[in-house]
Design a protein around this ligand. Sequence first.
Ligand code: HEM
Length: 677
Amino acid sequence: MWSLLLVAWAADAGRCPFSGQVRSDDYYSYSGDNSEYIASLANVSWAALKDEIKTFLKTSQDVWPADYGNYGPLFVRLAWHNAGSYRTSDGRGGVDGARQRFDPERSWDDNTNLDKARSLLYDVKRRWPEVSWGDLIVLTGNTAVESMGGPALGFCAGRVDDPNGDDSALLGPTEEQEVYAPCPTNGNCTVPLGSTTIGLIYLNPQGPMGEPDAVSSAGEVRDAFGRMAMNDSETVALIGGGHAFGKTHGACPAGAGPNPSEQPSDPWPGLCGTGKGVDAYTSGIEGPWTSRPTRWDNQYFQLLRDLEWTAYKGPGDAWQWEGGGPPAPSPDGNGTEPTMMMTSDVSLTADAAYVKLVEEFAADMGAFETAFTAAWYKLMTRDMGPITRCAKTDMLPPPQAFQYPLPPSTDAISNWTAVRVAIEDALNKTTLPVVARLAWSSASTYRRTDYLGGANGARVRFPPAKNWQANFGLDVAFRALQPVKDAFGDDLTWADLIVFAGGVALSMSSNGTFEVPPFCPGRSDATDGSGTEYLVPQLVGDANETALELKEIADRTGLTNRDYVALLGARHSLGFAVPPFRGQWTRDPYALDNAYFNTLLDTAWIRTVLDTGATQYVSPDGTLAMQTTDLNVKFDAELLAIAQDFAADNAEFLADLASAWTKLMNADRFDRPHCRL
Ligand code: HEM
């Protein structure tokens, strides 16, 4: 039966093996499957949309007058603040989903007055309903830069809007964030949070904890940009490119900023004079950075390099810096206004590495433009995952390093039955558990938050994944599979072999009760482990692990709690714990069945600290051991209910395992969306 299925799918890779499955509307934003959305963009004329955006940017509205008669800077900030919430710690944040429209992000101090930008942009959005908010926000940011004389910027379309802000809950401030990643001193938040301050995109522009200390601010800038994988050159190019445009807003003393109101028609009224135009109050800092705030140039860097900057309290009672440089026109066209810098800008002159880049970009417009173009595209696109999730438009740049491109698939194997026979010949009872674990380790790095990781590429063969503690002993699996790899040579990629062999090993461990799960071939092999550095397993049995963490990681991996518990059950049905833990979970560590759940629920576990320092739980007779991860399943009400279901019914466990396994193994197949559950 299984071999017939395999042959059919391998022969017809374009057909959906899961047709008939009902998918909810939320499925598409949740799973990252944007193939339908991309197909719906086929008739969009991006050139016409950009033309419309250009006109829109130059058409000031009385409801929120454009500074200098040009909304360009406001929409550069809108795009940047949507993208800038991205963090590598868990892949959350970013423009994909356009969650800045919802709480918590829409109420961040840093997003003050961006409600006005989104309201203005709705005028365009309503005429282009097929284009998502996420894509429109990025394209408007790109068009704003280009229309003010900046370079042509790359665009990866394909963002599907989220129905709510739930996926930003862990960015805070929310109860979930308070529990999961508290920040005892706001302004000094640490990883996994993406910024030093909850509610700001990165850091306090006035300086650490509001003090105008440029040296310490440089440290914060590096820390905060580093949390989204930006290096020094990218950081400096982005800040100087962004602040080539527009101005800060702080015309009145502190407290005059927009406050939440009860009026639905004007939820964030400004309390400074008319509250808009020259009276606008956003950050409380006041003034433009350059004398030409709607023109693309490198004057920002020249002013930083050439002038002596001194801190003072501006009209909004916030710390800012004056340098006596050339004034800019007033935003309403009446008179002029002095240029200024913020502490975070001046910090770029207070750090040895940053100052070199400031000098380089001040002297070499070409170098600045090249660095900004690449960094902006990365900023906007980083959370979109592999390039296979981008619509193919003429604005799409070639694959970039941050997209971790893979070689094309060869699909050279036509007879997967022969591969299965070879795997069955190569494996024996003792290698089955580790081969199943290899497939799990390879695929479970996937995260739906930024579509990084997964089995495709088989990066588990390279550092850093190869050296992770959780992957201890996987060399045994590689050695067991080497004869199969040798027999099929380059035709068979490691990535396909690992996934396929994992399913075969599970089936063999169950004596055929568990059929080899549906297999979708076509994976290719990466040449190094890049991209994996952010994916180190966080659920490894540590004593301080919580059930909440388990649920968060299940969600991040794109799995339901039920999926995750089924997979954990399979993983811990088989084999032995890796150091620093010891022992086996079940009486027969070579049999795949629901014994794990019965053992977990029926045993009075005794907490033990091993000589390795690790805490684990042993059975009264000392023969079996579990880790904190397992015990969390027993003591969390929701996870317990799932474990009880599986303990009661082996067939149900194996059926749910089959679907969870197939989902996980194919979660990263954006190259072949029909393979994904
Ligand atoms: C404006 C902070 C990096 C683009 C502002 C404002 C602040 C700020 C406080 C003024 C808001 C207001 O009062 O209206 C920072 C900090 C950064 C940073 C602390 C990092 C250290 C960036 C980057 C970009 C950018 C990377 C884009 C690539 C802009 C633009 C404006 C702006 C275009 C002007 C908006 C307008 O004229 O309405 N930024 N920013 N900023 N920022 Fe940044």
